[in-house]
Every structure is written in structure tokens, then in C-alpha cells.
Design a binder for this molecule. Structure first.
Ligand SMILES: Nc1ncnc2c1ncn2[C@@H]1O[C@H](COP(=O)(O)OP(=O)(O)OP(=O)(O)O)[C@@H](O)[C@H]1O
Length: 316
């Protein structure tokens, strides 16, 4: 993951089995996909939305099916390696122009349309020569056979149609910006917070800012209340910056700040309560939940990267 909101997945040689999940297509920030040296099966999922994809390594798997023609039109694609799989059908011509570093050896059922055409031309030449020689020696079925053979050779079955210049509709989908212009953190009185947290009785965590408590507002909204233990100038600055920034910035990948409190030497931040535990717990499977699959982990990395997008000032 780099600072320019890019994501690459390096899952080479991880002994992965099964199909490449179709959810991959929603990871538009993906720039590199390394899945080589696994035991992946099935067809390629739709990847037509991955307009930032530059490098794809799928070699040494058990993938089947044909190569979709949009692959040759992915605007950022520079490298595509699919050697030693079981792909079949014709290779999209756009992948053979040299623009993409394309490696496809050891896919016995995969055909290079251009080479196949040359082979047909040679066969056509030979057939005509044989026919002419035969024509001079006999007048049996030749008059019928020549038009049939020519027609078959000029339009070989399976020769792919020219690729449409029309771009995939996926590229033209308008996407909204990362900011949502709604909600501003508001002031919550200490007495209100004491009621909501039952006098700060349910501690749910501890961070560098201070202790975090569970609470429930009068309207039933569940909250995480961060109390500031440190009264140093650095902590004060952090508090002021966090309130100022998070009041303005709402992003679907950032926990929403609901309100704040500054009373009787107390500095408190009130966030929306997140039910699914911490990311750390989920990643390390320390909660009683099913382990996350690699796609979910990749999605989390992408969402975290979006939250840290360079357009947002970050408080460390
Ligand atoms: N919005 C929330 N919903 C549910 N639990 C939360 C929430 N915010 C914090 N917690 C709990 O409180 C703990 C401490 O959170 P906090 O954000 O203060 O620190 P941190 O992110 O763990 O570390 P740091 O203070 O260094 O950023 C978390 O690990 C989590 O268990």
C-alpha cells in the first residue's frame, strides 16, 4: 500500500485453493495482483472495474476458461503473466500488440489467433497448389470442392472478431468523492455523559488518549466515550485538532465523532460505538469469529488506505 491510495496484493505461493473471488472487481484501487504459484481453479472473475491494475501474475495455477477481451483494454495494464494454467480459446488481440508484457506459455488449449491465421494462410496456399495440380489431371469433384475449401479457410472457425473500440461501461461510472457533507460533532454535557455511561462504569478499552467507556444515549444510540487522561499541551493540541477535524470530516472509513465535552478539567471525545471489535482482534482471529479470508483482508487494507487518503490531514 502506498501514499497515493494504491493497493497491491502479494499472495504468491500461499498454497491457496478454490476460485478467485468475484468481489475482486470492487477493489478499484488495486494496482498489483500477485496470485502466482497457488492451486487456484475456475475461471477468471470479472475484473473490468480494475482500471488501476498494472501488474497481474496468475502463472502456475489451475485456472481455466477463456481470456475476456476487456483484459486488453484495461487502461493501466502493463504486465500479465498466465503461464502454466489451463486457459482455453483465443487470446484477445490487444494483448498481443506488445503494449502489455504478456506471457502465456504452457496453456495447451490457448490459441494465438494471429499465428493461427498465418497457419491457415499456409494451408490455403498449399491447398490451392494441390487443387491446381489435381485440376490439370482430373475433372472429378474439384469444381465443387474448391469453393468450399476456400470459404472454410478464409473464415476459419473460432477466429475472434476485432475488439470493439468502445470502452467498458465500468470506466465511465461516475464516482462520488470521499467526503460526506453531513453531521457536525456537538457539545455533550458531562452530566449527560455520566448518565449515558452509568458513571463511566463499563470500560471497554485503553488507548494513548486515555480510557474508553461504553455508553448509551437517551435516544438509544450506542457510544464509545474516550476520556483524556493526559493534560499536557501535546494532548490538549491533539484533543482540539481531533474535535476540529473530525467535526468537519465525515468519511465512510473513519469512525464518526458524535460529540465532545470539555468540563471540570475533563476532556472527552464521543464516538459512534463499533460493534465488531478492533481490527487487530479480527485480523489475529482473537474474537470468536470465523477467520477472515484473504479477500476480506485485502478489502480492509483498501478501506484503511482510503481512510488515510492523502487528501485527509492525519492526527498521529
Ligand atoms: N468507537 C469505538 N467503538 C468501540 N470500541 C472502541 C471505539 N473506540 C475505541 N474503542 C476501544 O477502545 C480501545 C482504545 O481505543 P483508542 O482509539 O483510544 O486507542 P487505540 O486506537 O487503540 O490506540 P491509540 O490511542 O494509540 O490510537 C480500542 O482498542 C477499542 O477496544
Amino acid at each position: 500500500m502506498d501514499s497515493s491510495n494504491q493497493l497491491n496484493s502479494s499472495l504468491s505461493g500461499k498454497n491457496m485453493k478454490g476460485e478467485i473471488p468475484s468481489g475482486l472487481n470492487s477493489m478499484e484501487a488495486l494496482t498489483e495482483l500477485w496470485l502466482d504459484g497457488n492451486s487456484l481453479t475456475g475461471q477468471l472473475p470479472d475484473m473490468s472495474n480494475l482500471i488501476n491494475l498494472q501488474i497481474v501474475h496468475l502463472e502456475n495455477n489451475k485456472l481455466t476458461g477463456s481470456l475476456p477481451s476487456y483484459l486488453g483494454s484495461l487502461p493501466s495494464l502493463q504486465e500479465l503473466h498466465i503461464e502454466n494454467n489451463s486457459f482455453s480459446g483465443d487470446i484477445p488481440r490487444a494483448l498481443l500488440t506488445g503494449k502489455v508484457n504478456f506471457k502465456y506459455e504452457d496453456n495447451p488449449q490457448l490459441h494465438n489467433g494471429a499465428q493461427q491465421k498465418r497457419r491457415f494462410k499456409i494451408i490455403l496456399g498449399t491447398s490451392i497448389a494441390v487443387c491446381i495440380a489435381w485440376r490439370f489431371s482430373t475433372v472429378t469433384l474439384i469444381d465443387i470442392l474448391i469453393p468450399v475449401v476456400s470459404a472454410t479457410l478464409l473464415y476459419p472457425p473460432g477466429d475472434s472478431l476485432p475488439i470493439s473500440a468502445k470502452p467498458s461501461t465500468a470506466y465511465s461510472i461516475a464516482r462520488g468523492g470521499p467526503f460526506m457533507d453531513e453531521g457536525v460533532a456537538y457539545y455533550i454535557s458531562l452530566s449527560e455523559l455520566e448518565i449515558a455511561t452509568e458513571h463511566f462504569s463499563k470500560k471497554i478499552g485503553q488507548g494513548s488518549f486515555g480510557s474508553v467507556y461504553y455508553g448509551k444515549m437517551k435516544d438509544g444510540k450506542e457510544i464509545a466515550v474516550k476520556t483524556m487522561a493526559d493534560s499536557s499541551s501535546h494532548a490538549t493540541k491533539q484533543f482540539v485538532t481531533e474535535v476540529a477535524l473530525l467535526s468537519r470530516i465525515h468519511h465512510r472509513n473513519l469512525v464518526p465523532l458524535i460529540g465532545y465535552c470539555e468540563e471540570e478539567e475533563q476532556r472527552i471525545l464521543v464516538y459512534e460505538y463499533m460493534h465488531n471489535g478492533t481490527l487487530r482482534d479480527r485480523i489475529h482471529c482473537s474474537v470468536n469469529q470465523k477467520p477472515l479470508d484473504w479477500l476480506a483482508r485485502l478489502q480492509i487494507a483498501e478501506d484503511a488506505a482510503k481512510g488515510l487518503d492523502s487528501n485527509l490531514p492525519v492526527v498521529w
